[in-house]
Ligand binder design. Structure first.
Ligand code: NAD
Length: 364
């Protein structure tokens, strides 16, 4: 048994209908003035909620996929204007990450860009963060990560200042997620669990959650994709994605996420699809006795069956699986950019430009 340090500070409210108790939860947390960050799909509901509860003061309802620093700055500005004590992110990972970043900088005196570039340390005090995921994917509700874009750069910042105060995980909110997004986000959650498990920094408690996340996701993702109204499958996926977030929160992700950044930035794959693109390849590359044990624990014969299940899920939803589907691909540059990503160092099998080039060549 190796030594480890484990901490999980987020108060998690899980269950169908939990979001309807938002008012009670805000009271429990002592929140008195809140701003909401969300995407366009939720903005009308958020505005209606403000009419009902005077503690909900303002809405930034323009969060985009690959959320922009400008949205973070605007949410922080609204929070200052309202003298807010809480920022509530409602939506996919993009909305949660916007809310987390805005809460971190709202009480600072510098420009959002100065914090983004690391030119200024985050202010000592931040606002309370309530994270309400409406996709079953990122696990951002339990991580200290915020992924935000500025100009053409998509940057992941890992800082305790982003750790939510509370998460409200209500599977009913995910019933409206379209099938393809259900598959993208579900495979992102699967990638979190697998990468947390095979990360060089994995540890026993995170491992347990990773195994359970893989089991739950493999048993329910296809049903959630085919039948979005199936609340049982949506609940299981919400739980699987939450466990996925918990399983990588401390160990961090590895090669598959490292590759997702160039695939998103240069070939415009949504985050989940970008992670899924190489996930079955890395299952094969990282296959070892530990991964075999995970496969047996979730009822699979071994790593080859896991890789095939992932490929089949991608095929079912029509996700891109080969480089030829991405347009003109510069494999040299892709391999170089993937190798340079810091998360590549967490992979159990060392990967360099040459081995990544070989992996991508096999995906032509
Ligand atoms: P997203 O937040 O970009 O949302 C995808 C799309 O689904 C958007 O158009 C959104 O409006 C829509 N949507 C969301 N919920 C919906 C619902 N209930 N009904 C209908 N439509 C809905 O996608 P995501 O995959 O959840 O998040 C991806 C982002 O999160 C990326 O920027 C990624 O890098 C980041 N991320 C962050 C962490 C973290 O720990 N902070 C972890 C993984 C990924």
């Amino acid at each position: 048994m190796t030594d480890f340090v484990y901490a999980q500070p987020v108060k998690i409210f899980f269950g169908a209908g939990q979001f309807r108790a938002l008012g009670d939860i805000l009271t429990q947390l002592g929140a008195e003035r809140c701003v909401i960050a969300c995407g366009r799909h939720f903005a009308p509901t958020a505005r209606a909620m403000c009419e009902q509860d005077a503690r909900l003061c303002a809405v930034f309802g323009e969060v985009e996929q690959n959320p922009q620093l400008s949205g973070v700055a605007e949410t922080a500005r609204l929070a200052r204007e309202c003298k807010a004590d809480t920022v509530i992110g409602i939506g996919g990972g993009s909305s949660l990450d916007t809310a987390k970043f805005a809460a971190a900088i709202a009480l600072g005196d510098a420009d959002a860009l100065a914090y983004y570039r690391g030119e200024k340390p985050f202010p000592a005090k931040r606002l309370r963060i309530v994270a309400v995921p409406t996709t079953a994917g990122t696990g951002s509700e339990v991580t200290q990560v915020s992924v935000v874009s500025h100009d053409r750069e998509k940057k992941t910042i890992n800082n305790p200042v982003f750790m939510p105060t509370a998460a409200i995980v209500d599977p009913e909110l995910s019933a409206s997620v379209p099938p393809r997004t259900t598959m993208n986000t579900g495979l992102d959650a699967l990638a979190h669990a697998l990468e947390g498990y095979w990360s060089r920094n994995h540890q026993p408690i995170s491992d347990l959650m990773a195994i359970e996340a893989v089991r739950v996701i493999l048993a329910n993702l296809e049903t959630a994709y085919r039948d979005g109204a199936n609340l049982e499958a949506r609940s299981a996926m919400a739980y699987g994605a939450l466990l996925g977030g918990l399983s990588f929160a401390l160990p961090k992700t590895a090669a598959c996420h490292a590759c997702s950044y160039p695939l998103s930035e240069d070939y415009h794959l949504p985050h989940g699809e970008a992670c899924a693109f190489t996930l079955d390849s890395f299952v094969r590359l990282n296959a070892d006795e530990r991964l075999e044990a995970l496969c047996r624990a979730v009822g699979l014969r071994g790593t080859e069956e896991l890789a095939q299940r992932i490929a089949a899920l991608k095929e079912l939803a029509g996700l891109r699986r080969r480089l030829s589907e991405l347009g003109e691909v510069d494999v040299e540059k892709l391999a170089r950019d993937c190798a340079a990503h810091p998360l590549m160092n967490n992979n159990p099998v060392p990967m360099d430009e040459a081995s990544l080039r070989a992996m991508f060549e096999a995906l032509r």
